[in-house]
Write a protein that binds this ligand. Structure first.
Ligand SMILES: [Zn+2]
Length: 424
């Protein structure tokens, strides 16, 4: 076995058998201890943290993508220059080789659709730790599994986990589904991992008979899994539930337990909540172990929704109802009383789900009182029903008159599919 495989195996074992928290106080004690040693390390090795006055986590500044990029060179604990790393990462993504490396570290780009792109550096040790932990948390057993991974980018990060007992194949979501059919049929995956938009495409191929696979487990990654997509994917593959992995360049943040509830990985990251209302919050995360590029009090910009009742699985990790999307997936429309009314993405996707016969859709806010609905089919009863449902929703929410236009649904597969989006 290579050093890399040994490292992954060690982290796999550690994540699988050593850390399992069923008591919240025990989990919090563990967090305080690991956080102390992480901050001690960062004060010694990162110029940014070395300059800050000593104190607790809550005394440190909150960073977002823009401020992290602005202080990148001081934050990181390796001599990597931001502009050089960014140029390398963009070139690698353009050529679709995904193997940009600098000082032995893998460079990743976060797929921000608005504003600046984020840059993420991971050392080989951190990579092995990530792979081992993801595997341990998501796979009941490794032996005999055949795993198909549909990912937009970052192939290199994922290819490390192949070995004799388990087979991984990487599929580039940049290519159309039809091009993957032969290789996918040959692999006959036991586990299928991909963004919901891609899983939907595979379900269609199964339905029309062009693809024959029957995975035992299906995982949704990278995009928000809406209730409508969840239902279609679950029924299309005949699985009891669609699992979710909440994972991005910022870290491995959560995954579904066997009861089907999404839990935050609070033994890997500390999560502070910036509440929007009683149950919705924006997570501010601190990774306990990433040292090449520290992730400390990093504001994600995602909107998460807390689960109302505790999960029957008994885990001490925070249980979520769902990941609602990005903050800019929240529509902000002019209200009847002159204020701005937030209309959350899940309300919009639910309203669309009430309309029968919709195959694909996107709802995009293009102005203070303007919404464009992209639909497949773009006209007929289904389209009329969507407009009626949206008007009903907006009225209930106290929104003033909104101009709703309907356009044909188009999705570029090289980009993340966002069902609900507010344009800046
Ligand atoms: Zn659970």
């Amino acid at each position: 076995m290579s050093t890399e495989t040994l490292r992954i195996a060690a982290w796999y074992a550690r994540a699988r058998w050593l850390t399992s928290f069923r008591s919240r106080p025990r989990l919090e004690r563990f967090q305080r201890r690991i956080l102390r040693s992480q901050l001690r390390f960062l004060r010694r090795r990162s110029a940014w943290f070395g300059r800050l006055p000593a104190g607790d986590l809550s005394d440190l500044p909150v960073l977002d993508k823009a401020s992290m990029m602005a202080h990148f060179n001081e934050l990181v604990t390796v001599p990597v220059d931001r502009d050089e790393a960014m140029a390398l990462a963009i070139a690698a993504e353009r050529s679709r080789t995904f193997d940009a490396e600098l000082h032995g570290c893998t460079i990743g780009l976060s797929t921000g659709t608005s504003g600046h792109r984020g840059l993420f550096l991971v050392s080989p040790r951190e990579r092995a730790q990530w792979a081992g932990t993801v595997l341990a948390r998501t796979l009941p057993r490794l032996r005999g599994q055949r795993i198909a991974l549909f990912l937009r980018a970052g192939g290199d990060l994922y290819e490390t986990v192949g070995s004799r007992t388990v087979r991984f194949e990487y599929f580039d979501t940049f290519r159309p589904v039809a091009e993957h059919v032969d290789r996918l049929t040959e692999l006959d995956p036991t586990i299928l991992v991909g963004p919901p938009s891609v899983l939907r495409g595979l379900v269609d191929a199964v339905a029309d008979g062009s693809l024959r696979i029957s995975p035992a487990k299906v995982y949704s990654v990278a995009e928000v899994l809406t209730p409508l997509d969840e239902e279609r994917i679950r029924e299309g593959f005949g699985v009891p539930l669609v699992h979710q992995i909440y994972q991005c360049t910022e870290g491995f943040l959560g995954h579904t337990c066997e009861a089907g509830t999404l839990h935050l990985n609070e033994d890997i990251v500390h999560v502070e909540r910036e509440h929007l209302d009683e149950r919705r919050f924006v997570p501010v995360i601190t990774d306990f172990r990433r040292r090449t590029q520290p992730i400390v009090r990093y504001r994600m910009g995602d909107v998460l929704v807390l689960r109302e009742s505790p999960c029957p699985c008994g885990s001490a990790m925070t249980a979520l109802e769902r990941i609602e999307g990005r903050e800019d997936d929240v529509l902000r429309l002019a209200g009847r009383d002159g204020t701005t009314v937030p209309v959350y993405a899940d309300l919009v996707t639910r309203a669309v789900a009430y309309a029968d016969g919709v195959v694909e859709y996107r709802v995009v806010q293009t102005g203070a009182a303007e919404v464009r609905v992209e639909l497949d089919p773009p006209s007929g009863d289904a389209a009329d029903a969507v407009v009626v449902e949206l008007r009903r929703l907006f009225a209930v929410q106290g929104v003033a008159d909104v101009r709703i236009t309907v356009a044909p649904f188009e999705h570029d597969p090289s980009r993340k599919l966002r069902r609900v989006e507010r344009l800046p």
